[in-house]
Unconditional design. Structure first.
Length: 281
């Protein structure tokens, strides 16, 4: 989530204004407490013609970890423990594993590999992964057994039924190819699309095959002020900034992420683990 000097100063100024509303402890809260206050957001997503065998299928999503310099591995370990306690059917990782250097992935990937889900863990890359070194980040994840989907899809057998899981290259700095990612999917099975930038939903919703897009990237703005919302949001993260949205006949969910970018604050926007349950309609 690239931030210009002007945007940085604006966000910093708005953060100061927001923390003043909280009183003397506001600054400490937004820099020390809320960035470490992990929240599990649970949401049900209705899927048209969902097969009975997929009723209640649970997906847990993590996004935007940004390991180092502000996020340390102990915080990620805490998140992994919480995720595993949820006992999900599927775990999805929607990009931006690193911030300053791609080599951070070699510390992060073994921790992510300890995630446990019945039908596996799957990842896509984000803009910061490409800005540092996409080859290194992908290699680090895959070396630990975490598959990275780059314009690819995989059919998952869930009992007698199937889910098609697709992943895009980063929409900001990569070459996303929706047709390639959805190759092999079918109209009669749910398609879950992993796309780092949420505003790509305007494109993916036009296809007609995608049931649910899972994204991150925006961090929810990191700072959300009463009556204002997020004063700063990134490119391709400005329309669908946090939570669940309906775009045509497709759902999109935007995770607020675990990590932060400068300034390293969160206000009314805690770090998030998302638990999504598929239900029929």
């Amino acid at each position: 989530m690239g931030v210009s000097r002007r945007s940085f100063l604006k966000l910093a100024g708005m953060t100061v204004a927001g923390t003043c509303l909280l009183g003397i402890g506001g600054y400490q809260y937004s820099t020390r407490i809320e960035p470490n206050r992990l929240v599990v957001e649970s949401v049900q997503v209705p899927i048209k013609n969902l097969k009975p065998g997929l009723e209640g299928f649970r997906i847990v999503q993590l996004s935007d970890i940004h390991l180092h310099p502000f996020i340390q591995i102990e915080f990620v370990e805490k998140a992994v423990e919480l995720v595993n306690n949820l006992q999900p059917d599927l775990i999805t990782l929607t990009g931006d594993y690193v911030y300053e250097g791609a080599d951070s992935v070699f510390e992060l990937a073994p921790v992510l590999a300890s995630l446990n889900a019945k039908y596996g863990i799957f990842a896509v890359l984000g803009n910061h992964d490409l800005w540092t070194d996409a080859v290194v980040v992908r290699a680090g994840l895959e070396r630990e057994g975490v598959p990275v989907l780059v314009n690819q899809g995989v059919s998952l057998s869930i009992g007698r039924d199937n889910i098609f899981l697709a992943g895009l290259d980063d929409a900001w700095s990569g070459q996303p190819d929706l047709s390639a990612a959805l190759d092999g999917s079918a109209m009669d099975i749910p398609v879950i699309l992993l796309a780092h930038e949420p505003d790509f939903a305007d494109m993916s919703a036009l296809d007609g095959r995608v049931s649910l897009q899972l994204s991150g990237h925006s961090h929810g703005g990191q700072v959300r002020l009463p009556g204002v919302g997020a004063p700063i949001l990134p490119y391709l993260g400005q329309k669908y900034e946090q939570g669940v949205y309906r775009v045509n006949n497709m759902w999109v969910y935007t995770n607020r992420g675990l990590g932060v970018i400068p300034p390293p604050v969160r206000l009314n926007c805690p770090p998030e683990i998302t638990e999504i349950t598929l239900v029929g309609v």
